[in-house]
Design a protein around this ligand. Structure first.
Ligand code: FES
Length: 138
């Protein structure tokens, strides 16, 4: 059935056009032991629901920046990369408003396309080379 094959092929070759948000959920980020008053699972759900088809959300193991938990990294879209943007690392993402700012930023185009909304830029930090290597390509 040609139509069925074509549909299957389309889903496997679909190009990623938006930003990628990497949510650290290692030994510290996302744990009630370190941040007992945060709805960590709810953060991931809010990101996925808010970003929808405008990007993708993935969960990673420890990004080696535990002292800054909860850590998230917003990887630029292809357009953002062409504009010279690099992944933006965010520290202390604990409040729902901060998660909302991440959603808003990704939906607006993210790094290299739009400036971060609100006070989100105050959460950014420059990771060490080791941290970038541990994280791989974001
Ligand atoms: S658990 Fe997130 S940086 Fe280590």
């Amino acid at each position: 059935m040609p139509g069925r094959r074509a549909a299957r092929r389309d889903t496997t070759t679909r190009e990623i056009t938006g930003c990628t948000v990497t949510v650290c959920r290692g030994c510290c980020c996302g744990t009630v032991g370190k941040h007992p008053d945060v709805d960590h699972a709810g953060q991931v759900e809010a990101l996925r629901a808010g970003i929808g088809d405008a990007g993708r959300v993935r969960v990673s193991d420890c990004l080696d920046a535990c002292e800054r938990s909860n850590v998230m990294v917003v990887g630029p879209s292809p357009d953002g990369r062409r504009a010279g943007a690099k992944p933006t690392w965010l520290a202390g993402v604990l409040h729902p408003d901060t998660v909302g700012d991440v959603v808003e930023w990704v939906r607006a185009g993210g790094p290299g396309v739009e400036d971060p909304p609100g006070i989100l830029d105050l959460s950014t930090f420059a990771p060490s080379r080791k941290q970038r290597q541990e994280a791989g390509e974001l």
